[in-house]
Write a protein that binds this ligand. Structure first.
Ligand SMILES: [Cu+2]
Length: 640
């Protein structure tokens, strides 16, 4: 629940909202002399608008001192507040109920908005507005429904004109947890929508009250003593312009038409000072506002998506999401949900650890499982990653050319996956591409890969289901196949296997890095660590080092460079180069999927760097620490 700063703000907001609502409810039903439907109106609106609802209540409606309610609620602005309150209480309740139901049903956002409008209008008209009018004016329920229709229509249109864009932009925004009713953010967006809807609907409500077509606040007291022992209700309507003048006279100041106040109206009837053309014109403008509010957001966000399709996805800042961006694209680029993390590892845990097989007959059995982990790449910097066996990179699989190998892959990711054994000659059904050679492995399921490697050299394995996402989040590992016969010319005093990776880490969330807008990486790792937390290789002058570069990353070609003299390239993509084809270089471009085995000789003592030559890839979020960052490590050569 609490994974972003907004979540803590919302927790505080709703605690204040509940406290405010409790106070308003207590005060309304205990102290405030007004009709029950109005009491409920304020209670609901305070629930939705939190401290702002409380503010409106104490400033406009709460009886300041006994007997003063009639006088207190008289000003037009307060009457407008009251009128908006009983509109919003009904409309917002209908809208929120409809939004919850449609989100759970998985309907597209545009249908969502239409259902919300209809539910809000029905709720507002049939419950709050008509009941309120009935308690004000008497008459039958259906007479009041008819009378309330036009003012409710105008008010609802403006309300939704404010609320709809808030919902569209924020629910379909970067943090689409806002589409999911089980998230606090959903309720936060609803609250903000009601507040904006209230503000937009308020001027029309003031106009309708001034014109005598709506009532705002009124006083209803039980007289306990005197006339009747059972108690008589007396309703005091706050006076408003036009209420006594049938002529279509525009609103005079509300205080003007009455002096003294406290006039009693039982079954008070309203006469509107508004003309049909005036009403029609305002209704027309309200329809225009409604249309803009409902339709305009479709220019920017994809309202055809549903909460079920994308609800809960958190998108990287800067990602281009337009009105045509499909749900699949969003899910591909969405950040890892920190609540899916099942284990956390510090700098003391290494990746690329050798995985011991179990021997079953003549078969070597390896167990791999996938899960979401939190992995430390630098002191205080963690990524939420998809990992094989809880490590980045995944465990190193070592076997011998000609060995029978079985690898059981159990998927514990929140999505399907498969594994591809990059570069190997094997049966097609063991190759791994999802939907091509096999059905993807569902969460909780196991897939058994079995083959006999006929090649030898440097290989690697990686996810082949939503590769763009899953490999970028960490699903890769080295696969080193020893040859049947050792070739001395490929031997060295030291060996180091080097797996490259790019990460996108922003605001505490990890997104799959991609070479596209908003998804460019800002951290880079060698074997799951960024410099200065990368390994240091100790050597002596005269010794040789065999480096196996593996392009296990997705997005970039990394020109890998070693200081202190050239290396000899002896193998490419697992294939040993003929002696005549071997060559010397000091920089080699390692593209995604490529492997190079190079042998470097330590000629001079000292600290010699091995690093990517795209300078940005040797920074951590654009910061250099101790001379660099990211794809950089040190070969520490001592004299003899
Ligand atoms: Cu690079």
């Amino acid at each position: 629940m609490f994974i972003q700063p907004i979540d803590y703000f919302l927790l505080a907001w709703f605690l204040i909202a509940f406290a405010s609502t409790a106070y308003v409810a207590w005060d309304q039903f205990r102290n405030n002399p007004e009709p029950v439907v109005m009491k409920w109106g304020f209670v609901l609106v305070t629930l939705y608008m939190g401290p702002l609802g409380l503010l409106l209540y104490v400033l406009a409606d709460k009886e300041p001192r006994p007997g003063e309610h009639e006088q207190f609620v008289r000003p037009l602005w307060k009457q407008g507040v009251g009128s908006t309150i009983h509109c919003v209480a009904g409309d917002a309740t209908g809208i929120i109920l409809a939004a919850t139901v449609t989100a759970l049903l998985g309907l597209p956002m545009w249908i969502d908005l239409i259902v919300e409008y209809m539910a809000g209008f029905a709720f507002g008209l049939l419950i709050f507005q008509s009941l309120f009018m009935k308690s004000m004016m008497g008459g039958t329920y259906w007479q009041n429904v008819r009378k309330s229709f036009m003012p409710e229509f105008i008010s609802m249109n403006f309300m939704m004109a404010g609320m709809a864009p808030v919902m569209s932009f924020l629910m379909m925004g970067r943090d689409m947890r806002a589409m999911d009713p089980t998230e606090l953010l959903f309720w936060g967006v609803m609250s903000l929508g009601v507040i904006v809807g209230f503000v937009v609907a308020y001027p029309a409500n003031v106009w309708l009250v001034a014109g005598g077509l709506k009532h705002g606040l009124m006083t209803e007291r039980r007289i306990e003593a005197g006339r009747s022992k059972s108690g008589t209700r007396q309703t005091h309507a706050a006076p408003h312009a036009g209420h006594e003048t049938p002529a279509p006279e525009p609103h005079a100041p509300p205080q003007g038409s009455h002096s003294g106040g406290g006039e009693q109206h039982a079954g008070h009837d309203m006469r509107s000072g508004l003309t049909r053309p005036q009403l029609a014109a305002v209704a027309g403008v309200s329809i225009l506002a409604l249309t803009i509010g409902m339709v305009a957001p479709a220019n920017w966000v994809n309202l055809r998506l549903s909460a079920r399709a994308v609800g809960g996805a958190m998108m990287p800042p800067g990602m281009i999401m337009d009105r045509n961006t499909p749900a699949e694209a969003m899910l591909d680029m969405a950040g890892v949900d920190p609540r899916d993390v099942v284990a956390r590892y510090g700098l003391d845990t290494r990746g690329d650890r050798d995985l011991e097989p179990r021997i079953e007959g003549d078969v070597r059995v390896f167990e791999l499982d996938t899960s979401v982990i939190r992995w430390t790449i630098l002191p205080g910097v963690t990524v939420d990653a998809y990992a094989f066996n809880g490590q980045i990179p995944g465990p190193r699989l070592r076997f011998r050319q000609g060995d029978r190998v079985r690898i059981n892959v159990t998927n514990r990711l929140p999505e399907t996956t498969t594994v591809h054994w990059h570069g190997l000659v094997l049966p097609n059904v063991m190759d791994g591409p999802a939907h091509v050679t096999q059905e993807p492995i569902e969460n909780g399921r196991l897939y058994r890969y079995e083959f006999t490697p006929v090649q030898s050299g440097t290989y690697f394995y990686h996810s082949h289901d939503h590769v763009d996402r899953q490999q970028a989040l960490g699903l890769y590992g080295a696969m080193l196949i020893e040859p049947r016969e050792v070739d001395p010319s490929l031997q060295a005093d030291h060996e180091y296997t080097l797996l490259l990776q790019e990460w996108l880490l922003r605001e505490g969330l990890t997104y799959p890095a991609m070479p596209m807008e908003g998804a460019m990486p800002n951290y880079f790792t060698i074997n799951g660590r960024a410099y200065p937390s990368t390994d240091t290789i100790p050597m002596r002058v005269g010794e040789t080092l065999k480096v196996r570069f593996i392009g296990s990353n997705n997005g970039f070609i990394h020109p890998m460079h070693i200081h202190g003299g050239p290396f000899r390239v002896v193998a490419k993509d697992g294939e040993t180069l003929q002696p005549s084809a071997r060559y010397s270089a000091d920089t080699i471009n390692v593209a995604p999927g490529e492997r190079y085995d190079v042998i470097w000789r330590a000629l001079r003592p000292g600290k010699w760097l091995m690093h990517c030559h795209i300078a940005h890839h040797t920074t951590n979020n654009n910061v250099e620490t101790r001379g660099g960052g990211g794809l950089m490590m040190i070969i520490d050569v001592s004299a003899q």
